[in-house]
Design a protein around this ligand. Structure first.
Ligand code: NOJ
Length: 494
């Protein structure tokens, strides 16, 4: 019944087949699927790997994880990576996005001891991908800081961690220079900093609203820039690879034509995405973020802005550290301006000062933020082009989360069809330089605080089976067919 209502609402929203773009994907357009070490590998203390902040968080703060689960075994990809690669091959994909676990390569977090077993694991994985002609897209940091660096140095609140990340990145660039050409430094700095060092909802669980999250943000951006320059200076000429940092945002659709709501949308985008992208693509923080945080900080009694300033040297050092724009996007919100919150304790949400909501008729996945609105992606892609110029955009994540894990996942097929159609609209109608679409995810995984209760996989994983059996959902065959035909409907045109 639920599914029936869902499909009906998709049709009433114009997601029905006749609304789907019927052009072929361009010949050079690439498809991939994504996942990340802490969510699938397991083997959490195996062969020399040490604890990460997420291992620690799940073990010491089980109340923060919906089902009190841990990622100790997860999909057991540490042992079953060949099965994962076989699935990627069967889907006919160009890319497999995966991440390297810092604590598997450098168990102390420092570059003093290299864990050869960890290095060998990734070497094997890359060899397996090469054998089936699939290119790895590799994230160096998908939220899994070695716990030692949190304990000893205070994690991302300490700029030394940015230097340590750069050393770890240099080592990976060197170790895997023949295997990897598509690098991602850091995944979703917003989640690392806002949830990790602001609200404390994510590991390492530091609560420092409106203060720690901005300090973290500056350090993470510097870490990215240091890694980028290392690649540029020491590896690019010989390796010919590409490097970027993944940014993420929902789309914020202004609820009215009023100047206030239009500004609220722009402000939310600048706080959610510009905070991370502006220093890299334009230079420095977005002006609206600088102004608002400084203004509220002064009223709150801070001597300087809670947003740490970049020096002129840092602005120049960070600016231009990209080879493409990597984007994670899942959902849309409507947005209104609101009056500023009274001056009291600082908070990031008070700095933004907007109200977000979803239209009741929008289908949703499992989470509150999950408004399924394909045109939101198109609007976002156009906004990125307008804001950062004609940069190549790689969608590094997009997908639907549900709580049922249903195998006949027609709602996921509709989601992919709608969002991929929005990509075609952006390419053909709006001239957006979009080269790649990477779906999240190929398999169900450990969804952070969602544990094993939130499903995004095109393959179901039986987490109670020691074999962690993987079984394709209906969406896996739809996606495979889509990649083969490069078309979203029965018949496409050039
Ligand atoms: C973004 C994160 O990068 C990924 O780790 C997570 O699983 C997905 N969103 C889905 O929630």
């Amino acid at each position: 019944m639920k599914l029936f209502i869902f499909v009906l609402s998709l049709i009433s929203l114009g997601f029905a087949d006749d609304e789907i773009n019927s052009r072929y994907f361009p010949e050079n357009f690439k498809f991939g699927v994504a996942n990340a070490a802490p969510q699938i590998e397991g083997g959490w203390l195996e062969d020399g790997k040490t604890e990460t902040v997420w291992d620690h968080f799940a073990h010491t703060r089980p109340e923060m994880i919906v089902d009190r689960s841990t990622p100790d075994i997860a999909c057991d990809s540490y042992h079953k990576y060949k099965e994962d690669v076989a699935m990627v091959k069967a889907m006919g994909l160009d890319y497999y996005r995966l991440s390297i676990a810092w604590a598997r390569i450098l168990p102390t977090g420092y570059p003093d001891k290299i864990n050869q077993a960890g290095v060998q694991y990734y070497k094997n994985l890359f060899a397996e991908l090469k054998a089936v002609n699939v290119e790895p897209m590799v994230t160096l940091y998908h939220w899994d800081l070695p716990q030692s660096l949190e304990d000893e140095l205070g994690g991302w609140l300490n700029e030394t961690v940015a230097d340590l990340f750069a050393e770890y990145a240099r080592l990976c660039f060197e170790l895997f220079k023949d295997d990897v050409k598509m690098w991602i430094t850091i995944n979703e700095p917003k989640q690392v900093c806002q949830a990790g060092y602001g609200t404390g909802f994510f590991a390492p669980g530091v609560v420092s609203n409106g203060v720690g999250e901005y300090i973290c943000t500056k350090n993470v951006i510097l870490a990215h820039a240091k890694a980028y320059h290392i690649y540029d200076n020491e590896f690019r000429a010989a390796s010919q690879g590409r490097v970027a940092m993944v940014v993420d945002t929902t789309w914020f659709e202004p609820a009215s034509d009023s100047a206030e709501d239009q500004e609220a949308s722009e402000r939310a985008l600048q706080f959610n995405l510009g905070l991370y992208a502006n220093p890299i693509f334009i230079g420095n923080w977005p002006q609206v973020v600088i102004d608002r945080v400084a203004q509220r900080s002064a009223l709150e009694g801070f001597a300087t802005s809670r947003l740490p300033a970049f020096t002129e040297e840092e602005i120049a050092y960070v600016k231009g550290t990209y080879d493409y724009l990597a984007l994670n996007h899942y959902a849309t919100n409507m947005i209104n301006a609101t009056s500023d919150a009274p001056i009291a304790d600082p908070a990031y949400w008070k700095d933004i000062s907007v109200v977000t909501w979803k239209k009741p008729e929008w289908p949703s996945g499992s989470a509150d933020w999950f408004g399924v609105v394909p045109w939101g992606l198109r609007h976002l892609l156009v906004w990125l082009k307008k804001t950062y110029g004609d940069v190549e955009i790689v969608i590094t994540e997009n997908g639907l989360s549900d709580t049922t894990g249903i195998m006949e996942d027609d709602h996921r097929i509709s989601y992919y069809q709608g969002y991929l159609s929005a990509c075609l609209d952006a390419i053909y109608e709006d001239g957006v330089n979009l080269s790649t679409y990477t779906a999240w995810s190929i398999i169900d995984d450990w969804e952070w605080t969602g544990g094993y209760t939130s499903f995004l996989g095109m393959y179901y994983v039986n987490f109670t089976d020691p074999e962690r059996t993987r079984i394709p959902r209906k969406s896996a065959s739809w996606f495979t067919n889509m990649v083969a035909t490069r078309c979203l409907v029965d018949t496409c045109t050039k």
